[in-house]
Design a protein around this ligand. Structure first.
Ligand SMILES: Nc1ncnc2c1ncn2[C@@H]1O[C@H](COP(=O)(O)OP(=O)(O)OP(=O)(O)O)[C@@H](O)[C@H]1O
Ligand SMILES: O=P(O)(O)OC[C@@]1(O)O[C@H](CO)[C@@H](O)[C@@H]1O
Length: 303
């Protein structure tokens, strides 16, 4: 079984405004309201690929109700924990470039956390758990490390997709996979504008800290896959990016979809990149046929 955990879900309000003028009343040309948060996005993409997951996380208020209702309509299985306060609303403003305003989440207390731990204790050998997204302020920044330790004895493979302190602190918990983009990887070492060579160098330093596999996505510039045995580079297919919200989550979902079926890291890397680009090239999360159309354009080379 595949589980996703979103500690900090959101309603994503994705609007295009053209032209956009600061200090003026602007009107939207298009708008969408979607259930969001990185783990939830992974569940939604896997659902598009006919792979069942259970989405865990903390939700509350009218926005939490919206998320549950939408996921129920899409037939994504959920087991959320209710918290006091409204789940945040994240604004994604498309004006030719993309600007994001991510909101604040309601607080999560010890009792909520204990309920989460109970839910995680039912996981079994062979299960995959995706821990994704930012950590609400009320939780410690080493929460993903604690959760990795919590399921360590269960034989579960854990994927961590987050950034900054929460990501860095997860490394000694030996996550099966992490997927930073090149900016997030650079941030961990106080570096910007990483080249492919730099990304390989810093990726290797993270492998030394206990992470088993790393995908470094670099938007239109390609992606890397690293573990102690192999270093691979992938190009990305050519196309017009329409909406990158959830493209990174689609890489994770595509990887999980393929790996859970074929147990092959290289194939899963390729499928993940195809899924990321298929989402980036459309206004919805990728579908199977869209991924399969791109897969042959993706060449994996050994570095
Ligand atoms: N210009 C592009 N051309 C082709 N594919 C792209 C492009 N930009 C993004 N993608 C696809 O989206 C994936 C994720 O992009 P990126 O490296 O920006 O990760 P991210 O920052 O986690 O994504 P997100 O925008 O969802 O936060 C890439 O690996 C690629 O598959
Ligand atoms: O604030 P976080 O948790 O880092 O990211 C949240 C978020 O930007 O990530 C998803 C796209 O990856 C969106 O659905 C959501 O709004």
């Amino acid at each position: 079984m595949i589980y996703t955990l979103t500690l900090n879900p959101s309603v994503d309000y994705i609007v295009s405004v053209d032209p956009f003028e600061f200090g003026k009343t602007n009107r939207t040309a298009t708008e969408m309201k979607n259930p969001g948060g990185k783990g939830i996005n992974v569940s939604r993409v896997l659902n598009n690929l006919n792979i069942k997951t259970k989405a865990l996380g903390f939700i509350g208020g009218f926005t939490g109700g919206f998320i549950e209702q939408k996921l129920r309509e899409e037939k994504v299985d959920t087991d959320f924990i209710q918290v006091n306060g409204d789940t945040r609303i994240n604004i994604k403003l498309q004006t030719g470039e993309e600007t994001e305003i991510n909101g604040q989440s309601p607080s999560v207390d010890q009792e909520h956390l204990n309920t989460l731990l109970e839910k995680l204790h039912v996981l079994q050998e062979g299960d995959l758990l995706v821990l994704a997204g930012s950590v609400p302020k009320s939780l410690p920044s080493n929460i993903y490390y604690s959760l990795l330790k919590e399921v360590e004895e269960l034989g579960v493979k854990v994927i961590v997709d987050t950034s900054g302190e929460a990501l860095e602190k997860s490394f000694p918990g030996n996550p099966f996979l992490i997927k930073p983009n090149h900016h997030e990887l650079g941030e961990l070492f106080d570096k910007s504008d990483l080249t492919v060579k730099d990304a390989v160098h810093y990726g290797r330093r993270i492998l030394d800290k206990g992470v088993q596999n790393i995908i470094v996505s670099m938007a239109g510039e390609g992606a890397l896959f690293l573990n102690k045995e192999i270093t691979l580079f992938s190009n990305v297919p050519k196309g017009i990016v329409k909406n990158s919200v959830g493209a990174g989550d689609s890489v994770v979902a595509g990887f999980v979809a393929s790996y859970s079926q074929h147990n092959d890291l290289v194939k899963a890397f390729q499928y993940g990149i195809a899924a990321g680009s298929a989402t980036a090239f459309s206004n919805h999360f990728c579908e199977k046929a869209e991924i399969e159309k791109l897969i042959d354009e993706i060449e994996i080379t050994k570095l």
